[in-house]
Design a protein around this ligand. Structure first.
Ligand code: MTE
Length: 351
């Protein structure tokens, strides 16, 4: 895994994120310019020789972590000790209908290389994310529904059947992983929420807690993190509400206690730590779309042939091995989803 424990630069602000996935800088002259964590100006960029030296060091470090599998090894290598929140076992039968066709990413890699900007702009937010208070947890269901209400996560889980599915996951930054998620089809949530006939979209808002989330206190970004799907996308058989991974409840850094997963879309769609679900007839504006609509849109479907304005999407780097593999259209899930987009060809389906 490359770059897993690079620290963010000391200066606070939207430019501080440090990651190896830099763009070409082609659009540096744009007027609206709020940089995401991995977008740093050339002036702050690490010279290639240093990057390559760090890559081999970090590669070795990641190998050691994977080998020992202990937080102790991580923090001996990379900094202050972190006591991770205990995760409850969450055994659920694996749905063998969803073969990922590649090896499952080591848990330590999937749970230590994260994007969760509320907790910081680097990939190493495991420490700060432990402040997330996941119990008690309620979800507000409102908007165009039969009965607006607030439901406790335990009550929600009593009404569904959990299963495990192994999905490929592709971030817009061109890294990827393969994860055994535990959850239930979002179609079941629709059944419970009972959207009205005129509803067209489902919108997710995630926790924005000033007390525990430094990103919220900084006030740079338009929190709460918001994402949305059409009801057809929400009802698609691939779409999962997810409460666990690797046979345990989700860790805070991966979006405890509940997030959603749409494996044919870029990772930024897949909102973490959901506290509100609303139904509407108006297309919502997502968090990244609100920040930079030229680069991040509503649909965000994976397509290797549609580059991000500042980098190619043709290939992806697998967390753990660092292997570069070709990216597939719809992240390889076209048989399940391509039909939903017939007649929408004029939309920016792949941004
Ligand atoms: N959800 C919230 N609330 N905040 C975030 O910063 N980041 C998104 C998405 N969901 C994000 C979020 C992005 S950019 C990605 S790639 C994935 O979460 C990363 O999920 P992971 O950390 O579980 O790999």
């Amino acid at each position: 895994m490359v770059g897993v424990h690079l620290r963010a630069a000391a200066t606070p602000g939207p430019n501080k994120g440090l990651d190896l996935q830099r763009g070409t800088g082609k659009d540096r002259n744009m007027l609206i310019r709020i940089r995401r964590g991995w977008e740093i100006p050339e002036s702050q960029a690490t010279p290639e020789s240093v990057v390559m030296a760090r890559r081999s060091l970090l590669g070795a470090g990641a190998g050691l972590i994977a080998a020992t599998g202990t937080a102790q090894a991580q923090w001996r290598l990379f900094g202050s000790p972190v006591k991770e929140q205990p995760r409850k076992p969450l055994e659920a039968p694996r749905n063998a209908g969803f073969e990922a066709g590649r090896a499952i990413t080591d848990e330590v890699n999937a749970t230590t290389y994260n994007n969760y900007y509320e907790f910081g702009m680097s990939k190493s937010i495991v420490g700060p994310a432990q402040a997330l208070v996941v119990e008690p947890w309620t979800i507000r269901i409102e908007g165009m529904v039969a009965n607006p209400r607030t439901i406790g996560i335990e009550d929600l889980l009593k009404q569904v059947k959990l299963e495990e599915r192994v999905y490929r996951f592709r971030c817009v930054e061109a890294w990827a992983m393969t994860v055994p998620w535990v959850g239930f089809p979002m179609a079941d949530l629709l059944r419970i929420a009972e959207p009205q006939a005129g509803a067209k979209y489902i919108v997710f808002n995630t926790l924005a807690d000033e007390k525990t989330m430094p990103g919220i206190r900084e006030g740079f970004y338009p929190y709460p993190y918001t994402e949305g799907l059409t009801l057809a996308e929400a009802a698609n058989e691939l779409t999962m509400m997810t409460v666990g991974m690797y046979g345990k409840t989700l860790p805070p850094q991966n979006g405890a206690p509940i997030r959603f997963i749409t494996p044919w879309k870029y990772g930024f769609k897949q909102a973490k730590s959901i506290v509100k679900i609303s139904f509407t007839d108006k297309r919502p504006t997502g968090f990244w779309e609100a920040l930079q609509a030229a680069e991040y849109g509503f649909w965000a479907n994976v397509n290797p042939e549609v580059p991000h304005p500042r980098w190619s999407q043709a290939r992806e780097r697998l967390l753990g091995s660092g292997e570069m593999v070709p990216t597939q259209i719809w992240n390889g899930y076209g048989a399940y989803v391509a039909d939903m987009y017939k007649g929408l060809e004029k939309e920016r389906l792949f941004a």
